[in-house]
Design a protein around this ligand. Sequence first.
Ligand SMILES: [Zn+2]
Length: 273
Amino acid sequence: MPELPEVETIRRDLVSVVTGKQITDVTVLLPKMVRRQGSQDELIGRARGRTVQRVRRRGKSLLCILDSLDVLVFRLGMTGQLLWSHPDCLPDEDKHTHVIIHFEKGGRILFRDIRQFGEMYLVKKGALEKILQMGAEPLHKSFTLEALKKISSSSVKIKHLLMDQKKIAGIGNIYSDEILFEAGIHPLKRASALAGKELQRLHHAIGTILREAIACKGDTLSDYRTPFGEKGQYQHFHRVYQRGGETCRRCPAPIVRVKLSGRSCHFCPSCQK
Ligand SMILES: [Zn+2]
């Protein structure tokens, strides 16, 4: 499932091809992918003829801000992809392509999603934060140690807190495991039980892991691709994620995999206390 580093990689690639470009049309092949606000005809009508001013990201959502100050929001769910297609540069659409955004001079964004948990919708820029209801952006300068301390006053397990989009936006199952290993913190520990030094290590680890994964262009264990069809590389550097039974990278202990609220959770029982 695409998390912050994957969506940020998609954003950086799309900036170069769609910023300043006019949307000439939108083709919706699978209506259920267009959800929430208004009908698909309304979305098409409001997007057609508009120019993309900026491409931004909020948590795991990708945002195309139009010159009308409407925002096209893409959520990629489990297997969503936003692929750039151009007459000189395939791919072409296939049976998993559900929406096509057509741009001037023949460029297209193909919204492809095998499992169809993704969605797109259009909102007024002013209403965006209210609709997204997301917490802090972990790579923004406002995400200070103090901000993390405030969020962490809750008694939930720290792994759950890291994945709570209303507290911290963009972190999911892969990167929460990786961050907690990097910080040396046990995933089942209560957030409110973290000492000052642990919070410092956690704050540092969030930045380290997310930046490292962005530098790798994300994690391609399965479906994720960049808009230009490339795989990410972070899967080659996993500290603990999907390494259950393998030796810890820091000590001789084997990595443990447990189920936590239906999701898998990986950690080193010796390095993470
Ligand atoms: Zn270890």
